[in-house]
Design a protein around this ligand. Sequence first.
Ligand code: NAP
Length: 338
Amino acid sequence: MTLRIGVIGTGAIGRDHARRINQVLQGGRITALSDVNRASADAVRADIAPDATVFATGEELIASPDVDAVLVTSWGATHEQYVLAAIAAGKPCFCEKPLATTADGAKRIVEAEVAHGTRLVQVGFMRRYDEGYVALKKVTDSQIGAPIMVHAAHRNPTVPEAYTTPMAIHDTLIHEIDVFRWLLDDDYVSARVTFPRSCARTHAKLRDPQIVTLVTAKGTVINTEIFVNCHYGYDIQCEVVGEDGIAKLPEPMAIRTRLNATLSNPILTDWKDRFVASYDVELQDFLRAAAQGTASGPTSWDGYMAAVASDACVAAQEAEGDSIAITYPARPALYGKG
Ligand code: NAP
């Protein structure tokens, strides 16, 4: 069976996901496109998806009888309306992060999906599909004893001028917030943010770097450094300290050289290269589940939990140094046990 896929939002990642579905993965074909910028959807049709119909609105695309499943890859603030429309139509939906830009918005999606009765939504937290994180989870679950601490870092060489202090949470830490819940099979109970002196490369609206401390319900303490003007490369680090040993996220594959009396390893500089393989695996998983009329991988509940924890981290930035409690309602049965 070839699933007929509609893409809403044909910017950078929408175009790339359309390419994956038509040129790399098995089981799907792009039959519909929509973007507020019509020229962008037309260009993706011309370059990647010649069979696709371009729709004026995302809602018309979702309603089309030629669309079995939907990818929502538009601007974050528009995700909620399209995911809710896909659930109302009973169509599986892959939504890029964030699921919604507010915790209340994500909660509305959870409620709609619970009312529908089966899973339809997969959230684009692709790190759960990264080979390195999958290997780290296997060792964390089975070899190093109960996790006590996690030391992590999310470093970008640079960010656009418009990037501000809260974006370090909503746009950057959001991936760690999700992946550590999954890695540790745990939920957060508090967040605290401390700011070292700011680096010279930043500006007045961005305090950089910052250190976010998340404490989990089981008592694991996670320290993540966010440093988005680190200059030297795009570098994701994660080390889990367990009762019996330590497990570290593998470095990306790179050729080590011995040249000119120097032993060296290159470091990536573009985030797009770091998780490129995991996007393929996550979307193949979406196609597989959507063909059964359901969804797999990160859930709406995970998207909601990430939104709640993000809001707490932003509050913790404002409370500089004070701990902010994180509370959630009970997890609905649709999303498994808590
Ligand atoms: P982008 O290049 O700006 O593309 C977004 C597209 O959506 C643009 O063409 C935009 O049109 C369009 N759009 C805006 N409002 C719309 C609406 N109401 N209906 C339909 N289309 C609309 O952004 P991007 O980098 O692709 O990011 C898109 C989403 O993916 C974001 O939520 C981002 O956080 C997420 N993302 C996730 C990852 C990841 O690692 N998982 C990586 C990249 C992006 P205009 O340009 O005319 O506004």
